[in-house]
Ligand binder design. Structure first.
Ligand SMILES: [Zn+2]
Ligand SMILES: [Zn+2]
Ligand SMILES: [Zn+2]
Length: 169
């Protein structure tokens, strides 16, 4: 399959408003389409750009296109990304960490420091800062986990510049 054909096939198979029928997956065209996605990095990037636009994700908020895609990827068959074999990278917004899921039934992962696709350096983990700030607020981040402020359970504690609690440290 040529790149131009890939882009046309995308509209058919994965375009935002398109609902693919299972029968389409068994066609040689779909096979060639998914092979091309594996073999052509330029079309893979183009594919992820299209998907991120459809998902209304601001790519500039992520280290690179691939991490934006991985952090926002949602599979239609698995509600829980830890159970989904198609979720290649785990993203923990709470600590701004990216990792490769270990898939031992828990939510553990190998932290990665660079994007596996383009090598871009990923942000420094905010885990130590998280512990420091919670201790300064009077919480033990581990034994008081249920009591810690809600914004510390997501990325809001470092993303929300207007959060007055952040100025305590
Ligand atoms: Zn291509
Ligand atoms: Zn899945
Ligand atoms: Zn990348």
């Amino acid at each position: 399959m040529k790149c131009e054909h890939f882009k046309l096939a995308y509209q058919k198979f994965d375009g935002a408003d398109n609902v693919i029928h299972w029968k389409d997956w068994e066609t040689p065209e779909y096979g060639a389409y998914s092979d091309h996605m594996q073999d052509c990095p330029a079309c893979r990037d183009w594919f992820q750009t299209q998907q991120l636009e459809a998902w209304k994700v601001e790519v500039a908020k992520y280290p690179c296109l691939h991490m934006a895609y991985q952090a926002n990827y949602k599979c239609s068959s698995h509600q829980n990304p830890w159970e989904c074999p198609s979720a290649l990278i785990a993203y923990l917004d709470q600590f701004d960490e990216y990792g490769i899921p270990i898939r031992d039934g828990t939510e553990s992962y190998w932290k990665i420091d660079n994007c596996p696709w383009c090598g871009t350096q990923l942000p420094e983990s905010r885990r130590d800062m998280w512990i420091m700030k919670l201790r300064a607020l009077g919480f033990d981040p581990f034994s008081d986990y249920d009591k810690i402020p809600a914004e510390y359970k997501t990325g809001r504690w470092y993303r929300d510049g207007h959060n007055p609690r952040l100025r305590l440290v």
